[in-house]
Design a protein around this ligand. Sequence first.
Ligand code: SF4
Length: 235
Amino acid sequence: MSQQDLFSNNNFALEKNHKKKIKWLSHSAIEELNRCPRCFWLSYKEGIKLPEGIQSRLANRFDNILKKYFDSYRHQNKLPPLIEGKIKGTLKKPFKEAYFYKFDDDYGFYGKLDECLINEKEEHIPVDFKTASSDPREKETLSAYQNQIDEYLFLLEENGLKTANFGYLIYFFPEMTMELSNGFPMIIHVVKIERKSKDIKKRIGKAVSILKSSIPNPSEDCSYCRWFEKVKKYY
Ligand code: SF4
């Protein structure tokens, strides 16, 4: 057993021991905190979440299909034809989806990678699939996506893995065409995201300290809370 395997096994044991009692925060939790600390607190302390309304789960379906598609090329030691020539590296083998970081006895942070590449220096490169409804080639990368790649690099390193200091977003965008008889053509757009921040422990620490304090004030410009203020006298 290599030192790396030993590290992974120990880490797995750590994960197993702590999964039950630790509250695990994710990238989405930190983004929720950035939008509104009060909503974040209500979600993770009280399990009260903002109503989602009607939402499409189509992106989840795309993600599942893409993960299986990539996985089918893992043991052939080649990149899937959809991204050949757009990205360098090999698919990590075996692939591990979830990585955990224990912050303290009560809280931890975890992330689930869509895919992971290894470059010629044996460095890990996290990959996230994005299904786009507008052309991603004309858009700036959202700060939430930058944060996500920074957090994945952090998690890989905390789990004893070398990283390449960047990750990839792979966008899948349906092409506008009338030629649909032989399949539904997709534009595949790859964006390399260089690491911007290593200070992820600070991000997690801020979230944990909010959860360990009393409920924060609502955001001033939130339409939900303003609506509730107006209607509550009628209850
Ligand atoms: S302001 Fe109120 S409703 Fe809006 S996000 Fe925050 S807690 Fe939720």
